[in-house]
Ligand binder design. Sequence first.
Ligand SMILES: Cc1cc2nc3c(=O)[nH]c(=O)nc-3n(C[C@H](O)[C@H](O)[C@H](O)COP(=O)(O)O)c2cc1C
Length: 134
Amino acid sequence: MAALTDEIKAVFAKNKIFPVATASKKGIPNVAPIAFVQLVNDSTIWIGDNYMDKTLANVRENPHAAIHFWDPETKKCFQVKGDVAVHTSGENYEKMKKMIKAKNEAYPAKSLLVLSITEVFECTPGKTAGKKVL
Ligand SMILES: Cc1cc2nc3c(=O)[nH]c(=O)nc-3n(C[C@H](O)[C@H](O)[C@H](O)COP(=O)(O)O)c2cc1C
């Protein structure tokens, strides 16, 4: 598990839509724009599934995902990778469902993807690009 630093969390907070990348067991990649991406503690991100198709199928057979986020003012950019658990019931699922329904009752809130952060890399253009930070 890796714990995001205050600097990384500040960049995360600047983003509204996150590209969520997954891969099938065969290694076919997929990336989807997702708005319901919440940092619940320094090592855990909740991702709300309303309309996922390939993303959900991928994490069910290959439970890993990556996101990136950046700050257009400072140009700081980070890639976060982690292990994913899919919840369709239980306390955390119900909490996420409540948050999603509060935004729009019509959202189906099918499942909650819990991303446990394992690694963080820089994607800021320049000398440190691609380097592991956590
Ligand atoms: C701006 C934007 C925000 C979105 N936010 C979400 C979201 O929070 N949850 C979700 O399940 N789908 C969301 N979607 C829809 C998915 O990106 C879309 O259903 C995508 O095709 C998923 O399919 P896939 O899993 O096959 O890639 C969003 C789409 C856009 C354009």
